[in-house]
Design a binder for this molecule. Structure first.
Ligand code: NAD
Length: 420
């Protein structure tokens, strides 16, 4: 089977080659395998935005539903300069496996707008978000497709989306997005959920490997929602955060970085660069610096064939989606590095998004302690299942996680049959 050219991109090839590998292991029905390689629907939209200087600029946006076999679709919305249909489709596919792996009643989706959000004013961002929401409105809804924040988007973006959608319905519809501010139906603990989930699975992995996280050195690439929270929680628990980076580059101190002071510095200066007592390093270099645990939590395809044998960490927890290419994956596996794959490591976000959605549909909100406890339970249970399957099948954790997720989606296809 060839990769469909509409979706041509590095991440889509990666996602399809992962699917193909697992499909043959699972001996999937070829017809179901073929359907899983392609999204159910993909929408491309043009988004005209009135800029502050009076000009109108037109941006390109996407919303892709990979499959709806287990329920409505769920997936983030990203604003980034290199977003493409292929990338969004690959991320929607990964969301399908992730939701199925975590036993959530969702199919996978993803959205994106090709824009560098840092170059837009708040007003321009609001105009962009509202018009994008209006353009994809037929594809979203609380029982249809529920967006959430991702790279370059946040709670404020979700509030604008929720408001735009609600205006077309003549009533407030909190269940149309997750990752909203608390005041309009957001969930306690959602902002921290992905970073917190990474920490939970890291504890499980360390325990299985007979290690302790306290006193271990950690590098985090990306100091945003995911990486920032993971760094803070690991630091609070006694890990030594030796390196951290953002889009402009990284900082390094082998004796450890005080994350609370770094957060204050980022708030003031807008980035991690220039933090006292640290050496400036590039985003490529920071991945190769000595550490026990590496958390890539920025963008895709960071650990590649060219640098995989220079990664020093013994555990890699994938905060970002698709940070390791398939070639690099093989190298890491051969070198004995334990890779906790994205669809497991960063699933805390979608798990608490599910909690937020359920709370919104019931208009009944839970305490943060309840959410954190349930998240820990779901992450630990999923990690255990993946770890046991990997041992039983003699595979790495990524293969086991994909097997579990893909098997569930394929089984649902098989049970539901083909319409008409
Ligand atoms: P964010 O925008 O809050 O933070 C991203 C961080 O990465 C920032 O520090 C940014 O400066 C840095 N960055 C951006 N482009 C970079 C580049 N080219 N090189 C190096 N650093 C770069 O985004 P986020 O929500 O923290 O998401 C980060 C990653 O985690 C993404 O891959 C996203 O898909 C994934 N993810 C996010 C969630 C979530 O709940 N937010 C859930 C699952 C997975």
């Amino acid at each position: 089977m060839n990769v469909s050219s509409e979706f041509d991109s590095e991440l889509y090839s990666t996602a399809v080659s992962q699917l193909d590998r697992v499909a043959s292991r699972l001996q999937l029905d070829p017809a179901i395998h073929h359907r899983l390689r392609l999204p159910r629907r993909a929408l491309v939209v043009s988004i005209p935005v009135r800029m502050d200087d009076g000009r109108t600029e037109v941006f390109t946006g996407y919303r892709v539903h990979h499959n709806t076999v287990l329920g409505p679709t769920k997936g983030g919305l990203r604003y980034a300069p290199d977003v493409s249909l292929g990338e969004v489709t690959a991320l929607a596919m990964l969301m399908s496996w992730k939701c199925a792996l975590m036993n959530l009643p969702y199919g996978g989706a993803k959205g994106g707008v090709r824009v560098n959000p840092r170059t837009l004013s708040v007003q321009e961002l609001e105009g962009l978000t509202r018009r994008y929401t209006a353009e994809i409105i037929l594809l979203i809804g609380p029982d249809l497709d529920i967006p959430a924040p991702d790279l370059g988007t946040d709670e404020r973006t979700m509030a604008w989306m929720m408001d735009t959608y609600s205006m077309t319905q003549g009533k407030s519809v909190p269940g149309v997005v997750t990752g909203k501010p608390l005041i309009i139906g957001g969930s306690a603990g959602r902002r921290e959920a992905t970073g917190r989930g990474i920490v939970y699975v890291l504890y499980q992995a360390a325990r299985r490997l007979g290690q302790e996280l306290r006193g271990r050195t950690v590098v985090v690439q990306g100091f945003g929602n995911v990486g920032g929270v993971a760094a803070r929680l690991l630091w609070r628990d006694g890990a030594i955060i030796v390196g951290v980076s953002d889009v402009k580059g990284g900082i390094w101190n082998p004796r450890g970085i005080d994350i609370r002071q770094l957060e204050a510095h980022v708030k003031e200066s807008g980035g991690v660069g220039g933090f006292p007592d640290t050496e400036q390093v590039s985003n490529t270099e920071i991945l190769e610096r000595p550490c026990d645990v590496l958390v890539p939590a920025a963008v895709g395809s960071q650990i590649r064939q060219e640098n995989a044998d220079r990664i020093k960490a013994s555990i890699v927890a994938e905060g970002a989606n698709g940070p390791t290419t398939p070639e690099a994956d093989v190298i890491l596996r051969e070198r004995g590095v334990t890779v906790i794959p994205d669809i497991l490591a960063n699933a805390g976000g979608v798990v608490v998004s599910y909690f937020e959605w359920v709370q919104g549909l019931q208009y009944y909100f839970w305490q943060e302690s309840e959410i954190t406890a349930r998240l820990q339970e779901v992450m630990t249970r999923s990690f255990d299942r993946v770890w046991s399957l990997a041992n039983k099948e003699g595979t790495d954790l990524r293969t086991a996680a994909l097997m579990e997720g893909i098997r569930r989606v394929a089984e649902a296809y098989s049970v539901r049959g083909l319409y008409p």
